[in-house]
Design a protein around this ligand. Structure first.
Ligand code: NAD
Length: 345
């Protein structure tokens, strides 16, 4: 019997169906069984059923603890924002790296794990006008999500042997960013074997461009994480192939719920044409596999996907000739080959 894991599959719009087919084809090639519970988050279903769709999604994700989400159209509401709020997803982990051989404008190699507090900063306050000539917004930093993100970043560093850099504007935003750095230092003390550096955020942006090899895990507040992720993805040339983990924690800092998704959108221009690149959703699945403890399987999915890209087996958006189906078949076959038990002597 193959070990079985429950996974909620949050179905979306546009190329979502094609990506779901690709995920199922890949899952069938794995030596474990993923028992998918689908929840339809397409715009049509959200419009037809309203809040009930989110109730169903929250219940399913809370039960399975891990979920894979396909891109959804943002119309009346952002499903990502609703799920983030309702599932208390307070931290986003976004790996960003250059893939040797995949075209990019950046001449250096980059391999960053961005750990971002998913709430607060200036994003939770709509701001308000003060008379005609001024406006103000509140910057919100709370100890709990910062501590959760810091523990996650340092835990990741402990597992991988990487360094943590926290970055903010603590010299100027003394109250908010000062609190952030104080919590980072507090958590760092619990991980004495992990190296912890502190950078001013503006300096960090320059240094990531000039000396990317100095940075591994970067811990940042909400908006800084937003800026840094897009800049790093732009450098890595992989805006379309990035994936993220959205995480909620229990009081003892253990991940309670993890929702994995691709950074790209629903790509309506190529919907139904067998052109969608499934790389990002495969990398999201790889992160999910790590989370459920299937490290070797997660590693195989990531390594095979990147190895094939490197060898030129690519979909059209990356200059190749593969379709969604043929790229998926190539990844599935190679993952199955690498994970096959060695032949008996
Ligand atoms: P998009 O990412 O969907 O598309 C931008 C360009 O990248 C398009 O040319 C598209 O064909 C291409 N592209 C994107 N993903 C691709 C893939 N996997 N393979 C090949 N090419 C790919 O961005 P957009 O056009 O700004 O947004 C379209 C819709 O997606 C909007 O409704 C937006 O709200 C939604 N969106 C959803 C999410 C999400 O659910 N996480 C994220 C971003 C945008």
């Amino acid at each position: 019997m193959r070990p079985t894991y429950a996974v909620t599959e949050l179905l979306g719009d546009g190329i979502g169906d094609e990506l779901s087919r690709a995920i199922h084809a890949l899952a069938d090639a794995l030596p474990i069984r993923l028992d998918f519970t689908p929840v339809d988050l397409s715009l049509a279903n959200r419009r037809a059923r309203g809040k009930a769709v989110y109730d169903e999604a929250v219940e399913a994700v809370t039960a399975s603890k891990v979920a894979l989400k396909y891109p959804t159209v943002t119309a009346e509401e952002s499903p990502n924002a609703v799920l983030r709020r309702r599932l208390d997803l307070s931290v986003i982990h976004r790996p960003v790296y250059t893939i040797p051989g995949v075209p990019t404008n950046f001449r250096r190699e980059l391999d960053l794990d961005i750990v971002r507090i998913a709430t607060g900063g200036t994003y939770d306050d709509p701001g308000r006008a003060i008379g005609e000539d001024g406006a103000v917004s509140l910057r919100i930093v709370e100890r709990r999500p910062v501590r959760e993100a810091a523990r996650y970043a340092f835990g990741l560093a402990r597992k991988t042997g990487k360094r943590v850099t926290s970055a903010s504007k603590y010299t100027i935003q003394k109250a908010t960013d000062g609190l952030f750095e104080a919590v980072a230092v507090e958590v760092a003390r619990q991980y004495p074997e992990v190296s912890h550096g502190v950078e001013l955020f503006d300096a960090l942006l320059g240094k990531v461009i000039m000396a990317p090899e100095k940075f591994q895990i970067v811990l940042v507040l909400n908006e800084y994480g937003d800026f840094l992720s897009d800049m790093a993805c732009g450098l890595a040339g992989s805006l379309g192939i990035g994936a993220s983990a959205n995480l909620a924690f229990d009081p003892s800092a253990v991940v309670r719920v993890a929702l994995y998704d691709a950074a790209h959108g629903t790509a309506p221009d190529i919907q139904g044409k067998n052109l969608a690149n499934p790389t990002a959703i495969f990398l999201a699945l790889s992160m999910l596999l790590y989370q459920i403890g299937e490290i070797a399987v997660g590693q195989a999915v990531k390594n095979v996907t990147l190895d094939l890209l490197r060898e030129g087996v690519r979909t059209r958006d990356l200059g190749g000739a593969e379709s969604t189906d043929s790229f998926t078949a190539a990844v599935a076959a190679e993952v199955a080959r690498r994970l096959a038990p060695p032949p008996k002597p």
